[in-house]
Design a protein around this ligand. Sequence first.
Ligand code: ZN
Length: 266
Amino acid sequence: MYQATIKEAIEFEGIGLHTGEYSKIRLHPDDSYNGVRFFIKGEYIPANYKYVVNTRYSTDLGKGDKIIKTVEHLMAVLYALGIDNLVIEVLEGWEVPAMDGSGYLFYKNLKELIQKLDREKEVFEIKAPIAVKNCTAKIEALPCSRFIAEYVGSVEGLYKDYRVRFKGNAKELVFARTFCYDYQVETLRKAGLAKGGSLENAVVFGKDGKVYNSEGLRSKDEPIRHKLLDLIGDLSLLGKHIKGRIISYYGGHSLNYDFIKYLAGL
Ligand code: ZN
């Protein structure tokens, strides 16, 4: 399996989900084998777990006083498409644009631009079963001949212990939008988060499974697929292609981060 970059530069712009500020990024081809790097106000921030500065409601990277928020959906699309060398220049704002709350627009535009490079991917192989837990969730890793990721989760009022699986087809994941429950909106706003969130870029559920968005869900399991998208985006911060089967039971960004740190320490 070879590393890849993109054939030409491409821009994405829009409001940031949490900052609510307009943001614009330009993805540049890069064949220097330095992985995916953000470039913000004169500083390179590698898309690597070592630069994670926040995992509450989003995965944010930072170095010194420079921060780039909510990298996970773009990172998941890059990982799923096998694009592992890029410079992502942050032209305005300090968050990856939310787009429609999913990875779809990144995927749609990037899938045509993949440029193979001459070097093999660096692989991280899961050699023995591993589990990392916190009080409510668990991530397991099992040896496997390829990368498989699974998420088991629930949506209040709809289903419990619902499992979705990614075996390499990005299309099955990228459409899934960010979601939250109506009773969380006030807490999020009070924490200074979700300032850019709306029914344009997030699905909002009621406790009884009610969907506030007039267009409804894109698939019955859209929120679980989104959690899987988040997991893959966070796993990409290991900076290597994972050979193994990863299964998250109710995990979120914080446990994903603990899990990557655990892997990196093996
Ligand atoms: Zn997400």
